[in-house]
Ligand binder design. Structure first.
Ligand SMILES: Nc1ncnc2c1ncn2[C@@H]1O[C@H](COP(=O)(O)OP(=O)(O)OP(=O)(O)O)[C@@H](O)[C@H]1O
Length: 218
């Protein structure tokens, strides 16, 4: 298995007390598998994605990524996993404003020591960014910015792409195009994909889907 999460539990402590969000959540993703995660607003989808992305740690449970247990790693270890093996795409494109499209595309791969100019050029072409490489994010449309974010995530050839409402800020047709590109590129690279979405339509384009409700997956 690419990702194997077992018995994940997460409770937030807020001013109003304890808020249990995930209860004994388990899921597995095979190499190349694409999984849609749906659920009502506030059901804990982003929380689960953040745990898988090593951005947060569960109160209980384990997560294996390519056979390595990642929840017990220290901060540096988790940062290395995130940099080297995980491609993250968020609803907000999160591009670096001071870097060009080219600089943004290569950013994570350079950090990971895995910059591959030929693959980078292929990604730019496939994502329709080849003529925009010298522009800055503020000079791009939303759809173009998200294509850069997708390229940045794929440039390291990650084991897993974790995408949190990646098309939530895009119009319907641009959203469909961007999801199509994500699906093509994860298929080509053999990455597994977990995609959080509110859209039944988009969820239906993935191989499998799970639903989060009352802290549990079904
Ligand atoms: N850092 C935090 N501290 C306290 N509570 C939090 C924190 N992060 C999220 N929550 C709460 O946990 C619950 C789950 O939030 P989460 O963002 O995971 O849901 P979601 O399913 O992704 O929602 P949406 O679809 O609206 O983005 C919500 O009630 C939220 O208010």
């Amino acid at each position: 298995m690419r990702i194997e999460a077992t018995g994940l539990t997460k409770t937030y402590t807020t001013g109003d007390g304890r808020l249990p969000v995930l209860t004994d959540v388990s899921l597995a993703l095979a190499p190349g598998e694409t999984l849609a995660l749906t659920g009502e607003s506030g059901s804990g989808k982003s929380t689960l994605l953040h745990l898988l992305a090593t951005l947060d740690t569960p109160d209980a449970g384990s997560i294996h990524l390519d056979g390595t247990e990642i929840t017990s790693l220290d901060d540096a270890g988790r940062a290395a996993v995130r940099r080297d093996r995980i491609g993250l795409v968020f609803q907000q494109f999160n591009l670096i404003p001071s870097l060009t499209v080219s600089g943004n595309l290569d950013f994570q791969a350079r950090l990971a020591g895995r910059h591959d100019p030929a693959w980078s050029a292929t990604l730019a072409k496939r994502l329709g960014l080849a003529d925009l490489l010298d522009r800055y994010p503020e000079q791009l449309s939303g759809g173009q910015q998200q294509r850069v974010a997708v390229g940045r995530a794929l440039a390291v050839r990650p084991s897993v792409v974790l995408a949190d409402e990646p098309t939530g800020n895009l119009d319907e047709s641009t959203a469909a195009t961007v999801l199509g590109l994500i699906l093509e590129l994860v298929a080509e690279t053999g990455a597994s994909l977990l995609l959080v979405t509110h859209s039944e339509h988009l969820a239906g384009r993935l191989g499998r889907r799970v639903h989060l409700s009352g802290g549990r997956l079904s």
